[in-house]
Design a protein around this ligand. Structure first.
Ligand code: NAI
Length: 343
């Protein structure tokens, strides 16, 4: 006898700041339109929770993610040069989400400099200059600590190579500035090189980060999987987003051994928050990564096809992509494409 019991996933939901509530609403609606049943468990973090509780990363949020194993997250604002430390960085460290995986792909119909980008960014997520160790030595003199360990460098390198093998990728490029930071970036590069020896079928090379930035703009298709420490990974991600239409297009998955948190590469976009014009595509693709993580590959494929169809065939697109559609109009179009694709 067939079992008609439907699986429902409990997912911690962080609507986030700025455009966060607008795009999480859009992306969760698109997920629900696939028929995959999700019980969203909402929690605040960042400024909202700091103002209410004095804690940007409250224990009940962390407990919820530990219980559900998975979270879907809007961006969180971090004040520049003042205020509490980034809740984004703290969340990744607290849950040991050591990998930040960011697929960067061109999509037909989206205006961009190149038409055939297909890159994978693997960013180390727990250390480097994001160690949070900085202090004023004396007035006018500040100091920050760049922490690189072989433990973290080895495991992120292994993730990059395993991912390359699993996904049929050909090459991993380690990115560094080991000519200047000989010990820290040198250790990162040595770790990547050492791990690469276990993967003879995957080509390995390395690039100094400033050269990489130039090469990415001139000839991005020479790269396949980029393996970077935390800060370079952060900066290079935005550069790569610029190659495929902008920050509204690129998703991210923060992955550890036990938990995973899915969000977009972009931030809370305060300049357009509340205007109803944010592009929810990046976060929708983050939902696709989440569905694949849950094994819901068919639903993931259907969302990808629906988004591709809307962007390729309709003029419905948000202003960042040169259109005039609101977030809701674009989301309606994706949901309609999903419905017609499944009929
Ligand atoms: P941002 O990524 O929020 O915005 C940069 C530019 O891209 C803005 O012009 C914005 O309007 C545009 N943009 C970003 N996402 C868009 C979308 N979905 N649709 C249309 N346009 C979009 O970067 P910014 O302004 O440097 O940072 C704002 C805040 O976000 C800061 O407090 C920062 O700390 C935080 N942030 C949070 C992240 C996270 O939660 N993971 C990641 C990056 C930044």
């Amino acid at each position: 006898m067939l079992d008609f019991t439907t699986m429902s996933y409990r997912i911690t939901l962080i609507p986030g700041d700025g455009i966060g509530p607008e795009i999480t609403k859009a992306a969760t609606r698109i997920v629900e339109a696939t028929g995959v049943e999700c019980e969203w468990v909402p929690h605040e973090a960042g400024i909202r929770s700091y103002e209410k509780t004095g804690n940007p990363l409250p224990p009940d949020l962390l407990d919820s993610i530990r219980e559900n194993k998975i979270a879907f997250k809007g961006p969180l604002t971090t004040l520049v040069g003042e205020g509490f430390p980034s809740a984004n960085v703290a969340l990744r460290k607290e849950l040991d989400l050591y990998t930040n995986l960011r697929p960067v792909r061109s999509i037909a119909g989206v205006p961009s400099r190149y038409e055939d980008i297909n890159l994978i960014i693997v960013r180390e997520n727990t250390e480097d200059l994001y160690s949070g160790i900085e202090h004023m030595v004396m007035p006018g003199v500040s100091q920050g600590m760049k922490v690189i360990t072989s433990y973290a460098s080895n495991r992120i390198s292994r993730f990059a190579f395993d991912y390359a093998v699993r996904r049929g990728r050909k090459k991993v490029t380690a990115v560094h500035k080991a000519n200047i930071m000989k010990l820290t970036d040198g250790l990162f590069l040595d770790s990547a090189r050492e791990i690469s020896r276990d993967y003879p079928d995957i080509e390995f090379d390395d690039k100094i980060v400033d050269n990489l930035a130039m090469q990415l703009v001139l000839n991005p298709n020479q790269f396949d999987v980029l393996l970077l420490s935390n800060l370079y990974g952060d900066i290079v991600s935005d550069l790569c987003a610029g190659l495929v239409g902008g920050l509204g297009m690129v998703p991210a998955a923060n992955i550890g051994e036990d938990y995973a948190v899915f969000e977009a590469v972009h931030g809370s976009a305060p300049d357009i928050a509340g205007k109803g014009i944010a592009n929810p595509t990046a976060l929708t693709f983050s939902a696709v990564l989440m569905l694949r993580h849950l094994g819901e590959n068919e639903a993931a494929d259907r969302i990808v096809n629906a988004v591709f169809e809307v962007l390729r065939e309709s003029k419905i697109r948000t202003p960042d992509l040169g259109g005039t559609a609101t977030t809701t109009e674009y989301t309606d179009a994706v949901v309609a494409a999903l419905a017609s694709g499944s009929s």
